[in-house]
Write a protein that binds this ligand. Structure first.
Ligand code: BGC
Length: 351
């Protein structure tokens, strides 16, 4: 493996323009490719990965790709040329990394898909994430319980905002929430005045706050300007929830509806405290990072790799062995314990 890898790396150096001959460091090198610095969570993921990998004695090459798939592809190729022994990749688009993955496979570099599954490639060795479907069911169940859908008479108006169609997770989040609410939509206890109920209709390319806000403004002015009441807006994550909350603040006069989210971003946690967002789903990036660091160690030491799901995540070529961490419900009542007492945020950050 080592000899083959040395040869391969020399080749990689020759193949990738602008890559110099790889330098070999003391510890093994781990390449960590993150999608963007724009969203808070990926900064935390990257920082946690770097800190924990370094503490475990690895050299780390951490790159952010500005949400541009072509940049991410090149960054990964460069990591390979620079001698990465393992790649940890949070893909911008699950489908756009083929060339880099082929290269990784050729040089026998294991690839861990981080948080988001990498699609249609045999080169993905493992997947570590939070239980994405469960994120959605936690959101859907919150709406169901808060509106007391089994007992209340209704009907209640509801709208949906989902994530990026290029992100494999987005369908799981939306599907999880929708599945909990589907019986009530079918019985007419829940009504969607905009009529937009399919994933494609409610998706938000690149999870952009502005895009979610613009769509929400449109819906509010078209269907709610006459005083129609809105009971809940299911948002798949915090960046989209933030857009919906801004739209609601300026375009909706009734009592604040239930708004769901995911990630416990700082702005959204502040909004939870202020009563503008009802809940979020906390995915402690420290937990995911430590699971991935463990995976890296197990792979490099030739040990059996811990996984707890070998059925769910089919990437189109194979079912990728996965480790699913558990997401946790968060709201204004438990955020202190979850986020402050655990050291995730300081109290000042939430002022
Ligand atoms: C992550 C979410 C995040 C979203 C937008 C998803 O793949 O699982 O935690 O909110 O991407 O970055």
């Amino acid at each position: 493996m080592k000899v083959k890898k040395l040869l391969a790396l020399a080749l990689a150096g020759a193949m990738v323009a602008s890559i110099s001959v790889p330098a070999f460091a003391e510890g093994e090198k781990v390449g960590v490719s993150m999608p963007t610095k724009d969203l808070q969570r990926w900064n935390q993921d990257g920082a946690n990965m770097e800190e924990q990998l370094k503490a475990a004695g690895y050299e780390v090459e951490l790159q952010y790709a500005s949400n541009d798939p072509a940049t991410q592809l090149n960054q990964i190729k460069t990591m390979i040329g620079n001698g990465a022994s393992v790649l940890v990749i949070a893909a911008i688009e699950g489908d756009s990394l083929g060339e880099a993955l082929d290269m990784a496979a050729e040089y026998e570099i294991p690839v861990i898909a981080y948080d988001r599954l990498i699609m249609n490639s045999d080169a993905v060795s493992y997947y570590a994430t939070f239980d994405n479907y469960m994120v959605g069911t936690v959101q859907g169940t919150y709406v169901k319980d808060t509106l007391d859908l089994d007992n209340a008479e209704g009907p209640f108006n509801i709208e949906f905002t989902a994530g990026d169609p290029g992100d494999n997770n987005a369908g799981y989040f939306f599907g999880g929430a929708y599945d909990v609410l589907a019986p009530y939509l079918e019985s007419g206890k829940l009504v969607v005045p905009s009529g937009q109920t399919t994933f494609d209709e409610v998706a938000t390319p690149q999870w952009k706050t502005d895009t979610a806000q613009a769509r929400a403004e449109n819906i509010l002015s078209s269907y709610y300007a006459d005083g129609t009441e809105l009971a809940a807006w299911v948002c798949s994550n915090d960046s989209t929830a933030l857009g919906v909350e801004t739209a609601l603040a300026a375009n909706y006069n009734g009592a604040y509806p239930i708004v769901t989210g995911q990630d416990c971003d700082i702005e959204n946690t502040k909004n939870m405290i202020a009563g503008k967002q009802s809940m979020s789903v906390f995915k402690d990036t420290r937990t995911l990072a430590s699971q991935v660091v463990k995976m890296v160690g197990q792979i490099l030491n030739g040990e059996e790799v811990d996984v707890n799901d070998t059925e769910t995540y089919d990437n189109g070529v194979k079912v990728v062995p996965s480790f699913l961490c558990e997401p946790v419900f968060a709201d204004a009542n438990n955020y202190k314990e979850l986020l402050i007492d655990s050291g995730y945020y300081t109290e000042d950050q939430l002022q």
